[in-house]
Design a protein around this ligand. Structure first.
Ligand code: HDE
Length: 710
């Protein structure tokens, strides 16, 4: 048997046979050339349409069936092709072939998603994000189906339909869309203390990522690695984006949902089109079988993490996403991920949440894609040979040759035959299992709060501030007071101060009992304090340059150049599309207008000087709002020359007393505002601006601390 030779292009090549060019002449689906697709065939000029119009019938009936059921969760998503490459052989831990040879690039297809919203909902809602990767390996397809949050709401999969019913729009009026902020969800959560750890993550900034390129991915469950000698170890999977992990702020996320509901989809699509390929490092936490019980939680409980301080994450390889799909429906919509798709060397654990998923995904694909033959859809096909005796069914796409479709057979030469383990046959790990059949939760799953407290303790001050405000928003939309009160009691079991802060904003009593906080932290849980964040750069960031005719050309070009060489993308925003002219007569193209762009679509803003340009911009109300939002959302902003006056017009500048702090004509402070009135050292301004953008957000700017009542 010859070994398949898998390389980065293997999946691309397998898709090629299915690609369709638009073609020169229109035909029916039978290949008959069409001579008129604008008028149906009818009897006489004004008469009824004739049933014999096969073109109308075909066109219409096909159209009537264009939609398939959307995913019951994770309906809205974006996909991309790429490859995965292991850094060095992991033979010591696993026999999975794609984890052996650092010279092999295994093709992958990744899909990122929100969970709750419908297919047409906005990208930037507060929600968990799905992080799925299909690896087309020489051993068959391996699917990683994870989230950007390392824990989950529930411990046993049998609660999943209840959870999803509670969070989705309410059944009587189908409101609200893509939001957890409603009575049903919080009613359910207030009765499910096991969800408190996950709730802390969902209320944190993790639930509003800046970009799919800037969020982590977690396998959530404990899985198993099995090596060639049959030795098994437990493993947890982590993806880390090389651009770092960053979030939006809530006000910004809500505004983006209106200005550009496709914000995340567009961001990753455009990055790939520009050759700015998203990269993620895969890491593993490995736990020896004999250490299974050494933690003060159960490693089979998906509401728990294994803190990185206890078991470090070892980087094992890198994924690069470098090609957008040709067709959204054929690829991103029809791709079918399943946690049960494992390859030799990777196995499951007995996590009861994972065990339920092993059934659900296969079932849902058959329903969603309409047939058990969904595995033959181009995007789902393995790149290694697939042979078995599964036959027929709706939309069978293969023409199976031969006389036998059963096993064992002698008439077909015994084929397709079995592969012993030594030849790659998948053998489930021989774990010894015995016990009574019981419908019970293990006692080892009963601590619901310690890790929620660990998460709270590990956040930076601004992160805590955001979490409390998120709780005020979410629970502020809950009408039933008893539900709000029950939530405060649950928060109290996480941390007393947190419970008091939450209670303040939602009109219920602070808890009477004072709970003890264990005081432990895990810095890796914070996006800000994480010691393992990659170096901060401006790579992949978007910056708006606000200008009109008469702008200072040399200032604009200098800043634009500095941004470009740091890997960021600058866009000129002005009143109208077309060209604008600098004071010395140079033309620059306008990329967006004040109608088609807004501050929330950018990471930072620069305003060059130029008397005429600034006078024009001062008359545009949208410009002041642009600047104000940039300041309000803690983003870097630079203004040079006359633009400093414009900057000072924003109410936020006044609130920050910027005028005072820049009396010497040049302000650079740790609050990310660079205002240089004389602008004679524009290179210096550029440098400081780049540094300020790389900081992502400047939380020191205006923290409205919420203090608990004394
Ligand atoms: Fe899913 N989940 N899930 N889930 N899930 C689906 O499968 C389910 C869970 C996750 O991009 C569905 O193809 C159950 C955890 C992602 O196509 C469905 C349980 C995690 C995606 C389903 C869970 C996930 C899904 C809906 C509890 C993180 C999108 C459509 C036992 C580790 C995959 C589909 C894509 C999708 C069931 C819990 C991640 C219904 C029963 C935990 C990323 O099968």
């Amino acid at each position: 048997m010859s070994e398949p030779n898998i390389n980065e292009q293997s999946k691309n090549e397998s898709l090629e046979q299915f690609r369709e060019e638009p073609g020169e002449y229109m035909t029916t689906n039978q290949g008959i050339r069409v001579n008129n697709t604008d008028n149906s065939l009818h009897a006489g000029q004004r008469g009824p349409t004739l049933m014999e119009d096969f073109h109308l019938r075909e066109k219409m009936t096909h159209f009537d069936r264009e939609r398939i059921p959307e995913r019951v969760v994770h309906a809205r998503g974006s996909g991309a092709h790429g490859y995965f490459q292991v850094y060095e052989s992991l033979a010591e831990y696993t026999k999975a072939k794609f984890l052996q040879d650092p010279s092999v690039k295994t093709p992958v297809f990744a899909r990122f998603s929100t969970v709750t919203g419908f297919r047409g909902s906005a990208d930037t809602v507060r929600d968990v994000r799905g992080f799925s990767v299909k690896f087309y390996t020489e051993d068959g397809n391996y699917d990683f189906v994870g989230n950007n949050i390392p824990v989950f709401f529930i411990q046993d999969g049998i609660k999943f339909p209840d959870l999803v019913h509670a969070i989705k729009p309410e059944p009587d009026n189908e409101m609200p869309q893509a939001a957890a902020a409603h009575d049903n969800f919080w009613d359910f959560i207030s009765l499910m203390p096991e969800s408190m750890h996950m709730i802390m993550w969902v209320l944190s900034d993790r639930a509003i990522p800046r970009s799919y390129r800037m969020m982590q991915g977690f396998g959530v469950h404990t899985f198993r690695f099995v090596n060639e000698q049959g030795k098994a170890r437990f493993v947890k999977f982590h993806w880390k984006p090389l651009l770092g992990v960053y979030s939006l702020v809530w006000d910004e996320a809500q505004k983006i949902a209106g200005k550009d509901p496709d914000f995340h989809r567009r961001d990753i699509w455009e990055a790939i089109e520009m050759g700015d390929f998203p990269e993620y490092e895969l890491g593993v936490q490995i736990i020896e079988e004999e250490d299974e019980f050494k933690f003060d939680f159960d490693i089979l409980d998906s509401t728990k993490i294994i803190p990185e301080e206890l078991v470090p994450v070892r980087p094992i390889g890198k994924m690069v996403l470098n090609r957008n799909p040709d067709n959204f429906f054929a690829e991103t919509e029809q791709v079918a991920f399943q946690p049960s798709h494992v390859v030799s060397g990777i196995d499951y654990s007995n996590d009861p949440l994972l065990q339920a998923r092993l059934l659900s995904y296969h079932d849902t694909q058959i329903h969603r894609l309409g047939s058990a033959n969904f595995e033959s859809l181009p995007i789902n096909r393995a790149v290694c040979p697939v042979h078995n005796n599964d036959r027929d069914g709706i939309m069978q796409m293969k023409i199976n040759k031969g006389k036998t479709n059963y096993f064992p057979n002698s008439l077909g030469g015994g084929c397709p035959m079995m592969s012993p383990e030594s030849m790659g046959g998948y053998a489930h790990y021989m774990e010894k299992v015995e016990g009574h059949k019981i419908r019970e939760r293990s006692d080892s799953f009963s601590d619901h709060f310690s890790q929620a407290t660990l998460f709270w303790n590990s956040l930076s001050k601004p992160e805590k501030e955001h979490l409390v405000k998120a709780a005020h928003f979410e629970l502020g939309k809950v009408e039933t007071k008893e539900v709000r009160q029950r939530m405060v009691e649950l928060f109290n079991q996480v941390d007393n101060e947190l419970a008091k802060l939450v209670a303040m904003g939602i009109g219920v009593a602070a808890p009477k009992a004072v709970t003890q906080n264990h005081g432990r932290t895990s810095p890796a849980l914070s996006m800000e304090n994480n010691p393992n964040q990659p170096e901060k750069t401006i790579k992949g960031r978007r910056i708006a340059i606000l200008a009109a005719d008469g702008f200072d050309g040399s200032q604009l070009m200098e800043i634009k150049q500095a941004l470009k060489s740091g890997g960021a993308q600058a866009e000129v925003v002005s009143k109208f599309k077309g060209m604008i002219k600098s004071a010395d007569g140079k033309e620059v193209e306008v990329n967006k207008t004040f109608l088609t762009a807004a501050s929330v679509m950018y990471d930072a803003v620069y305003i060059p000087g130029g008397k005429e340009s600034i006078e024009t911009l001062k008359k545009e109300g949208d410009v002041v709002e642009f600047i104000n939002d940039t300041l309000k959302h803690y983003k870097a902003i630079a203004a040079t020359g006359e633009a400093v006056d414009l900057l000072m017009m924003a109410p936020e500048s006044k609130a920050m007393a910027l005028e005072k702090s820049q009396s010497n004509g040049h302000v650079t402070s740790d609050n990310g505002v660079i205002a240089s009135r004389n602008a004679d050292n524009i290179k210096n301004v550029a440098q400081e601006f780049v540094k300020a953008i790389a900081q992502h957000r400047h939380w020191t700017r205006t923290i409205n601390e919420i203090k608990p009542p004394v």
